[in-house]
Design a protein. Structure first.
Length: 150
């Protein structure tokens, strides 16, 4: 099972449509759960802490947790596919965590099994969900030796 934990809700219809498309595609390979927690509008460490507490409530002890962080390790799509493949055999759930505009709390970062970065660039959090689901989908296509990857 793949779980995606996110701070905030999707507002734009075109982004919701893209997410629904990747959810449909992924249903062939795995169960997918997307959980949204409340975001706090005013930027501060207190808000990052509150968001972190909400995220941690949805992470089980036996989850393999991959946090999305600018400072994380950058992988190719093939390398990410291997991380997903190896850990879905060992863990019942791989949980990806996307923080809010202030980033992730220290407690969430410490809980992480793998710190992943897509880029040194900053992306809109809502659009980033689409990028993440596309890469998860690509991982399953690579693992199953199905065309799509290139």
């Amino acid at each position: 099972m793949i779980k995606v934990l996110c701070v905030g809700k999707i507002k734009e219809k075109f982004i919701r449509d893209a997410l629904l498309e990747y959810e449909k595609r992924l249903s062939k390979y795995t169960k997918l759960e997307i959980i949204e927690v409340a975001d706090f509008a005013i930027c501060s460490n207190i808000n990052k802490q509150k968001e972190g507490e909400l995220l941690l409530k949805h992470i089980k002890e036996k989850d393999y947790v991959i946090t999305l962080e600018i400072e994380g390790e950058m992988l190719t799509s093939v390398e990410l596919s291997k991380v997903v493949e190896q850990n879905k055999m060992k863990f019942s759930c791989i949980t990806f965590v996307i923080g809010g505009s202030d980033g992730l709390s220290e407690e969430v970062i410490q809980r992480s099994n793998f710190h992943l970065s897509f880029s040194k660039m900053t992306f809109p959090h809502q659009l980033f969900r689409v990028l993440l689901l596309e890469q998860i989908y690509r991982s399953f296509k690579i693992e199953n030796n199905e065309s799509y990857h290139k």
